[in-house]
Design a protein around this ligand. Structure first.
Ligand SMILES: [Fe+2]
Length: 181
């Protein structure tokens, strides 16, 4: 597996520097995307979507309707795939720590709840953006702006937490990190 710091750089799996210390090295398969690369890329894509949602919020009430359609088409599939991977691959490795197991289980439960909430919000947002993208008038720009900002600010906080507290385990740092809530 490659070092997570290389995530998103396009490095190949055989350039991995720490397979002997990586808790999810068993997920690495020849010819397939490695987990740490996948995680880094998913976060980058989600942060790019946040930037696009912020653009839409900032431009209200004169939005780019094509941009609304593009974002609407990506939002739910990207979140679902990213959450599935985190819950199936990354979170189990994070919880697998004797010293901090109970605390980490609570952290994972909270993150899974946030995944559910984000997917529900993404579904609502997708319907709204699709409607606007197809030409519907924006009847309440203030409410839409609030909805957009609440969503992307929550997603940015979630990603920042995972980057700081969860994904360092892909570097083999289990058991040495800070306490998690
Ligand atoms: Fe997550």
């Amino acid at each position: 597996m490659q070092n997570v710091n290389n995530a998103g750089t396009g490095m190949s799996p055989d350039m991995c520097e720490v397979p002997h210390r990586c808790p999810v090295a068993h997920m690495c398969m020849p010819g397939r995307e490695v987990p740490c690369h996948h995680v880094g890329r998913s976060h980058d894509l989600k942060l790019d979507l946040c930037r696009q949602l912020e653009d839409i919020a900032d431009s209200l009430p004169h939005v780019d309707r094509r941009q609304c359609l593009i974002v609407a088409s990506m939002l739910v599939p990207l979140l679902r795939e990213s959450h599935r991977f985190e819950e199936d691959c990354v979170f189990p490795a994070f919880v697998d720590d004797v010293a901090h197991r109970e605390q980490r289980l609570k952290t994972v439960e909270r993150l899974k709840q946030e995944h559910i909430e984000d997917e529900c919000s993404a579904q609502d947002l997708t319907e709204t953006l699709l409607s606007i993208g197809r030409g519907a008038p924006i009847s309440n720009p203030e409410a839409l702006g609030f909805m957009l900002r609440a969503f992307f600010e929550s997603m940015r906080r979630h990603i920042a937490f995972e980057r700081e507290h969860i994904f360092p385990i892909l570097l083999g740092e289990r058991g040495n990190g800070p306490q998690h809530n």
